[in-house]
Ligand binder design. Structure first.
Ligand code: GRF
Length: 222
């Protein structure tokens, strides 16, 4: 990315794409330092593809063929991402474990958002697991992607207080509302050159983070 140019983001999705929409909406501002340049889905029916097309963004479907070896799919996906010329790759509800060349080639240039306060609750069913544990606090995490699932260095977290009457659905709604604010924020930091991965250390404005930046639901409702 040369100076003065907007950072090109390629977003990988599998589903509804509300986080994709938040990134697209944020990028509409002329002062925003990134543009969503391309959307790739492994599901041809993903509604996020419609969101992308409505916004005039190029799309590609890379579906896994029946019986296709995972390494072959990973290679096709990496080729597709390369073709988009991405400065930053954003996983937004991409429901596949990413592996192979894509992870190594885009190390430090690939972010994911996970609906839990990592390192708590890697994997699926995070809201149910939070309720089962009786947690008082829950949230979401933006992290760099590594070869381990939901395990890369965390950048930014948003937390909320769990209410006594919260359900999986209500937590999902409330957590997603936080995601729609913090994912564009983290993307902006990266695009501005403020956010870097230095080995396993996350740097923001050159300062190594001992823990992810943590914001609260209250502080985000400005
Ligand atoms: C988000 O909640 C995110 O945390 C998880 O997948 C969900 C994607 O939702 N990784 P959407 O497709 O962006 O609406």
């Amino acid at each position: 990315m040369s100076s003065g140019q907007r950072c090109n983001i390629t977003v990988l999705i599998s589903g509804g794409g509300t986080n994709l929409q938040a990134l697209i909406d944020a990028a509409r501002s002329p002062v925003n330092p990134y543009r969503v340049a391309h959307v790739i889905s492994d599901k041809p029916e993903a509604y996020g593809l419609t969101r992308a097309k409505d916004a005039g963004i190029d799309t590609t479907v890379v579906a896994r063929h029946k019986g296709e070896d995972r390494s072959v799919f990973d290679a096709r996906l990496a080729d597709a991402v390369d073709t988009t010329g991405a400065d930053l790759v954003i996983l937004a509800g991409f429901m596949r474990i990413i592996g192979g060349r894509l992870v190594s080639d885009y190390a430090g240039r690939m972010l994911n958002i996970h609906p839990a306060l990592l390192p708590l609750y890697k994997g699926l069913h995070t809201h149910q697991r939070c309720l089962d544990a009786g947690d008082l606090v829950h949230g979401t995490t933006v992290h760099f992607v590594t070869a381990e699932l939901d395990d890369g260095p965390s950048v930014l977290q948003a937390e909320l207080d769990v209410q006594v009457d919260d359900t999986v659905d209500s937590l999902n709604t409330r957590v997603q509302a936080l995601e729609h604010q913090i994912y564009p924020m983290a993307a902006r930091w990266f695009a501005e050159g403020r956010l870097q991965l230095d080995g396993a250390v996350v740097r923001l404005d050159g300062v190594a983070l001992k823990r992810p930046v943590r914001v609260t639901a209250d502080s985000l409702v400005a």
